[in-house]
Design a protein around this ligand. Sequence first.
Ligand code: HEC
Length: 167
Amino acid sequence: MTLKPLILGAVGLLALLLVAGAGYFSLRASDRQAMPPLHSLHPDDPQVLRVGARIYAQQCAACHGAKGEGQPSWRDRGPDGLLPAPPHDPSGHTWHHPDEQLFAITKQGLAQLIDQPDYRTAMPIYGGVLSDDEIVAVLSWIKAQWPPEIRRRHDEINVQYRLSLSR
Ligand code: HEC
């Protein structure tokens, strides 16, 4: 028996393993990319938007404005040291945050998101006040008010954020 068939066999086996391995990993990566995030917004679902509009008017409009225009001079801290409520319309930076962050800010609060437990803010924490579905609904309504260009850019921010999680 010569060594040649043995070596050829080993090379063949190695190639097979490499191909199978690459296939496995690319499958895993695409699985993760395709995995829907836990709290995606639904700005095109009329039923979700009906609930969202009601909650926005009841819970958010007093500070963020009936149309999401925010409070005056929202970039400057007031005499109490707290920031006024920022707009949710395109002039603010709500749309700079991916769905998951908007959900976390609303449910758990800013202090937890930025990992500064002592951060003082007028923004209430809605965990225990609104259900997860209600939080998704109100944020979906906010997104539904944005013009198409801002909605498209926000969709792109979501894609980039989810890709960054799967890396
Ligand atoms: C009592 C006033 C008040 C109410 C009511 C309120 N907010 Fe806020 N919200 C704020 C303030 C003030 C900030 C800015 C906080 C900071 O940065 O310290 C804020 C910030 C936010 C942000 C982050 C925006 C960004 O650009 O980073 C989101 C999202 C948000 N609010 C959503 C909501 C939603 C949804 C509701 C209703 C369910 C709501 N807020 C109700 C005062 C309020």
